[in-house]
Design a protein around this ligand. Structure first.
Ligand code: PRX
Length: 648
């Protein structure tokens, strides 16, 4: 750590702003010392139908409410105001299909489509407050459906189209959605994923859905159930279908997004309409400072929070032109990203460390094939970036000129929380550090007992104050919201380890809980264990991560089979397939080890950390830290058991 800490890269501050780090410091100070003044001004980035009465109501912590009684509509801010305000003909999206086809949609075109689908939703009986599920590929209909829901005040929950049937059913059930929007299939690395079939299977495990709207994307046969399933093209109108945007309260939910936690059940993160919108529009401006003529490309999937905030809402609120790319980054060849940057003269690229590490393995030959000179700013998100990948990105993609904006944040935070602020005053960068908190975020690093750690020491990252983009609660589970995030320290606990160095820079060091980061995707070990147990063969399982040089974490599973199971040699591939179909391909374990027994505490809890420590050859000197609910003797015999079972 000290080696990289000492390496500082100072870049000229964006010339359009001519500010130094001092103006970031000034804004940051004001945001914490005079939040009323600060947020009253910054909330002006959004058009409000009615101004709020109070910036923050903190009378019922941890249920903080921002912009109390303010009224707005997210779809109005994304399209109407640009159509009315002089950007009618500006390009909103350049959509690039996996096969290279393109569609270019102006703000007016987007407005037309959003109104049409909003009308269709109303005609299908969806009204304000209803919940709908979107299970869609990276096609234009995806942002259209999100904005149409927001327009009529329906709460959408987007389920990443890589999830399997059980994962989808669970989200439908928890959200009590009555309508699903999907596609017949999606293109992924040259193959077709039959999305509609997965929806059909999920609907055998849920009962609230009355209507399924299907976009024809691939043209494959999709079984349509009479009375329930309709084609997108058949329900959208083709005339002037203006739908007046609902006046939503700042604290009405905009969407629910499920994310993994430390139990088998995903958490339904509920985002507000007002605070969230103010947060993501400002953070995009502060961190990347996009100009009106810049072309922005957030190369994430729309089904994750990065796509929600920075492919859909924030760039549209700011009236930017975005790239929306349908397919895989290495398909048909590893120069796909670079080819798109050259062809569409992209100015800002925002992607994940896993994507960078993947492309880095192919060498510099591929980026060198293309003119990348339009790039001004590069960004990363989703997992810590190792200095080697940072430097490769900086030197080979950014030509050692463009800042790397390493944005640390979470589904729960709504938008960036620790990140360099290129739009306020760019700090000198340290490869691998997300640098400083964005205005409004008051971080500290604590030890297990709640004491602040010393400079340079690792601890748990906590935010001391609420911020406008923070989620409002967990769907159907306010108790879990309090318990998971606020009980430990009485303030927002991120679940991440961090260090603050002698210059005040923050370094994010990964999850401190039972959550994995696999290719930037957040996965719960217990979800995978539950999926393994739901197969016919498995009695018990322990899942954990092993550091992987490209993906961040590789998924390792230890399983005990039920009596009499496992006779045929194919059990490992059978179990891998089972997890793939239940939860989705990203959850597929990299390794499955069949053992005769797993160590357990007296209360029956499997000692996952012990298995992991033995497997990774990392049994600590102080073994009591491995499992706080077991005695040292129990842990010792647990270690022996794992060694015996695995001959390690
Ligand atoms: O562990 C942190 C890691 O990703 C987690 C949040 O995952 P998710 O809710 O899926 O959101 C991902 C997109 C925002 C965090 O708790 N993480 C995210 N960004 C970074 C990061 N770790 C280090 N550096 C980052 N820039």
């Amino acid at each position: 750590m000290t080696e990289v800490e000492d390496e500082i890269i100072t870049l000229p501050v964006d010339e359009r702003y001519h500010t130094a780090i001092e103006s970031y410091k000034k804004a940051y100070k004001e945001s914490l010392e005079q939040p009323e003044t600060f947020w009253s001004r910054e909330a002006g980035i959004i058009d409000w139908f009615k101004k709020w009465d109070k910036v923050l109501d903190d009378s019922n912590p941890p249920f903080f409410r921002w912009f109390v009684n303010g009224k707005l509509n997210a779809s109005y801010n994304a399209v109407d105001r640009h159509v009315l305000g002089g950007k009618r003909n500006k390009v909103a999206y350049i959509w690039v299909a996996e096969n290279g086809d393109e569609k270019i949609v102006s703000y007016d075109g987007l407005y037309y489509r959003v109104n049409n689908f909003a009308k269709a939703l109303l005609d299908m009986g969806i009204k304000r407050g209803d919940r709908i599920i979107l299970y869609m590929p990276m096609i234009l209909e995806a942002p259209v459906a999100m904005l149409a829901a927001a327009r009529i005040g329906a709460t959408f929950s987007f389920v990443f189209a890589g999830f399997g049937a059980s994962a989808l059913a669970e989200r439908i059930n928890d959200s009590q959605a009555t309508l699903v929007v999907t596609a017949d299939g999606s293109f992924r690395a040259g193959k077709i994923v039959k999305l509609k079939e997965i929806v059909d299977e999920a609907l055998t495990m849920s009962s609230t859905v009355k209507t399924v709207v299907v976009v024809k994307r691939t043209g494959i046969d999709a079984p349509m159930q009479e009375g329930r399933d309709v084609w997108w093209d058949d329900v959208i109108g083709h005339g002037s279908n203006y739908v007046k945007p609902e006046e939503m309260d700042a604290n009405d939910p905009l969407y629910i997004l499920y994310t993994s936690g430390t139990t088998g059940k995903p958490k339904g993160v509920v985002h507000s309409t007002g605070g969230y919108s103010v947060w993501i529009a400002n953070t995009l401006k502060w961190a990347f400072n996009p100009g009106d003529d810049d072309r922005w490309w957030c190369a994430a999937d729309i089904g994750w929070v990065t796509g929600h905030s920075y492919i859909v809402f924030a760039p549209l609120f700011l009236g930017l032109t975005s790239i929306l790319y349908e397919g895989a980054i290495t398909y048909p060849a590893p120069d796909r990203l670079w080819e798109i940057i050259e062809k569409y003269r992209v100015n800002m690229l925002y992607t994940s460390p896993t994507a960078i590490r993947t492309l880095m393995r192919y060498g510099t030959k591929y980026p060198k094939m293309h003119d990348l000179s339009t790039l001004k700013v590069l960004g990363t998100v989703g997992e810590p970036i190792n200095p080697a990948a940072w430097k490769w990105y900086f030197e080979n993609i950014g030509d050692s000129k463009t800042p790397i904006i390493d944005t640390y944040w979470q589904t729960e935070t709504g938008g960036f929380v620790i990140s360099p602020s290129n739009g306020l005053g760019l700090p000198p960068l340290k490869p691998g550090s997300a640098t400083f908190p964005v205005p409004g975020i008051d971080p500290t690093i604590l030890d297990e007992s709640g004491k602040e750690v010393k400079t340079g020491q690792k601890g748990f990252l906590v935010f001391k104050k609420p911020w406008p983009g923070m989620f409002m609660t967990l769907n159907n589970d306010p108790e879990r919201y309090k318990e998971v995030y606020f009980k430990k320290y009485g303030m927002y606990y991120t679940g991440d380890y961090a260090v603050n160095d002698h210059d005040g820079y923050f370094w994010l060091l990964g999850r401190a809980d039972e959550v994995l980061k696999v290719s930037g995707h957040r996965l719960g070990t217990i979800e995978i264990e539950d999926a393994l147990i739901s197969s016919n063969e498995v009695a018990e399982s322990a899942v954990f991560g092993r550091p992987h040089e490209v993906k961040g974490d590789a998924i390792i599973a230890f399983v005990v089979l039920k009596e009499g199971e496992g006779g045929d040699g194919d059990i490992v591939s059978k179990l891998r397939n089972h997890v793939r179909e239940t939860l989705g391909p990203i959850y597929t374990p990299d390794e499955i080890h069949i053992v005769g027994a797993l160590p357990k505490t007296r209360s029956g809890k499997i000692m996952r950390r012990v298995v992991r420590a033995v497997f990774l050859n990392q049994v600590p000197g102080d073994i009591s830290t491995l499992e706080n609910s077991a005695s040292v003797d129990e842990i010792k015999s647990a270690i022996e058991l794992v060694k015996r079972e695995t001959s390690l």
